[in-house]
Write a protein that binds this ligand. Structure first.
Ligand code: ADP
Length: 441
């Protein structure tokens, strides 16, 4: 083991001084001998330092004696540090290889993007799913390579709390992507292959749509016969009530089939709704008038049209939205209750709200009531004649218009359903149409 720097140096200085003292005393000129010894020591130190510097720079040692000399301790410490660094580097490389092997074995793709959205690293699955080349595409902006408009919009909007579903670069493939920000403005792009799920979903949708279409014709025939049977004067009295009940059930099945077809159509639509300006105030006015003619309705039923703004979209779908919400309010509000509809505009867009003082919905169930066939109280909902598909239709139709549904409710107090439409879908009628429009109220 190398001695410490100080003892090695002290030993050599002591020896040189002793030699100078001895020579000075025997030969005379002590001061000169001491000076020569100091100079010699300095020279030796400079030479040793030069050797050390050369070794650090080139890794070459002139002789073993050199590293055993006065700087032996420093040589030994540096060697130890180097060995430790080498071991650490080996461990780091092993770890890196393991991380790389495990991420390459993953089915999900991972792409690390820097602050400028350029690719810093990607695993095998990402290169396969996104059609990227790890060697060629490193340093490229991600949207130069993944160019689907939905993906570009997702990156530009910088709102990464939700996953994005989009078609993959290979035919008939579907991907789900999500960007997760981390560290110093870096981002991890997670890519999942959802082709199987999308295919199954399409199969389910097609199946429901086909079954609904197939049921329509036999139901029409049965409804026709039942109607004739109900009108038959010679019909035995005991059959009158069962026939009336059968007519009610067939009508219910017809509404379910009708709603299933509407929902399948909305779900299957790939593009957003069209851009035709729809005169929503006029539509609401008509729905309001129809509701007023109903025998069973809450005593107070009010409509406040605060804007003449229209919505760009599909007339039939918007009609479904408002009629479903109004029908629900009518069905779930007692005769002594109150319903108020409002159509207004602000800087965020145009909005429709319908507030009732009906039975309300428990807070925990609010997120679920837009699911197909979900009912708070299925017995009661059936009694009041629902299909369980109304709010699912509302939600999908709104989504196709870039809108969203907001629900506030308290059991026993009532509910408010609000449809928000973005400014991009809002349009004011031409001045001459506005002059002819019904006055709000
Ligand atoms: P349904 O045809 O059963 O009304 P919807 O999808 O329209 O189907 O509504 C789902 C469920 O949400 C209803 O069964 C009911 O429990 C609840 N719901 C909807 N609107 C209201 C409302 N205005 N007041 C109270 N509950 C409501």
């Amino acid at each position: 083991m190398a001695p410490g720097l100080l003892p090695a140096l002290a030993w050599r200085v002591g020896l040189a001084l002793l030699a100078a003292l001895f020579l000075g005393l025997t030969l005379g000129g002590l001061a000169w001998w001491l000076f020569a010894a100091t100079l010699g020591l300095l020279g030796y130190l400079v030479y040793s330092l030069w050797g050390l510097e050369r070794w650090l720079r080139t890794g070459k040692r002139r002789s073993r004696a050199e590293s055993d000399g006065v700087l032996g301790a420093i040589y030994a410490d540096i060697m130890q540090l180097r060995q430790r660094a080498r071991r650490r580097k080996k461990r780091f490389h092993r770890l890196l290889r393991e991380v790389r092997d495990s991420t390459d074995a993953m089915h999900d793709g991972g792409v690390i993007l820097n602050a400028d959205m350029e690719i810093a690293w990607l695993n095998d699955a990402a290169s396969r799913l996104l059609g990227l080349d790890p060697a060629r595409d490193q340093g490229q902006h991600i949207t130069n390579l993944v160019r689907h408009p939905d993906f570009v919009a997702y990156i530009e909007e910088a709102e990464f709390s939700e996953k994005l579903k989009m078609p993959g670069p290979r035919r008939n493939t579907h991907l789900s992507v999500q960007l997760i920000p981390y560290g110093n403005q870096q981002k991890l792009l997670i890519v999942q292959d959802i082709t199987r799920e999308v295919r199954l979903e399409h199969m389910r949708r097609d199946f429901v749509a086909n079954v609904s279409h197939e049921l329509r014709s036999p139901l029409t025939v049965i409804a026709g016969y039942l109607e004739s049977l109900g009108d038959e004067r010679s019909l035995d009295e005991v059959w009158r009530q069962p026939v009336a009940e059968m007519q009610r059930q067939v009508a219910r099945m017809n509404s379910i089939v009708h709603d299933l077809i509407t929902l399948s159509r909305l779900e299957a639509a790939e593009r957003p709704a069209g851009q035709e300006p729809v005169d929503v105030p006029d539509m609401l006015d008509q729905l309001h008038r129809e509701a007023l003619t109903r025998r069973e309705r809450p005593s107070e039923l009010e409509l406040r049209l605060e804007t003449t703004a229209r919505v760009r979209g599909e007339e039939q779908e918007l009609h479904s939205v408002f009629s479903n919400l109004l029908n629900n309010a009518l069905r779930f509000t007692p005769p002594e209750g109150r319903i108020e509809c409002r159509w207004w505009q602000d800087e965020e867009g145009v909005h429709f709200s319908i507030t009732d003082t009906g039975i309300g919905i428990p807070e925990t169930l609010i997120p679920r009531i837009t699911e197909r066939f979900f009912r708070v109280d299925s017995g009661r909902a059936r009694e009041v004649g629902g299909t369980g598909l109304g709010l699912a239709i509302v939600k999908h139709a709104l989504l196709r218009h870039g809108g969203r549904l907001e629900i506030r409710s308290r059991p026993g107090e009532g509910s408010t359903f609000i449809c928000h439409f973005p400014t991009a879908r809002t349009v004011l009628p031409p001045p001459e149409a506005e002059a002819a429009a019904p006055s709000p109220g």
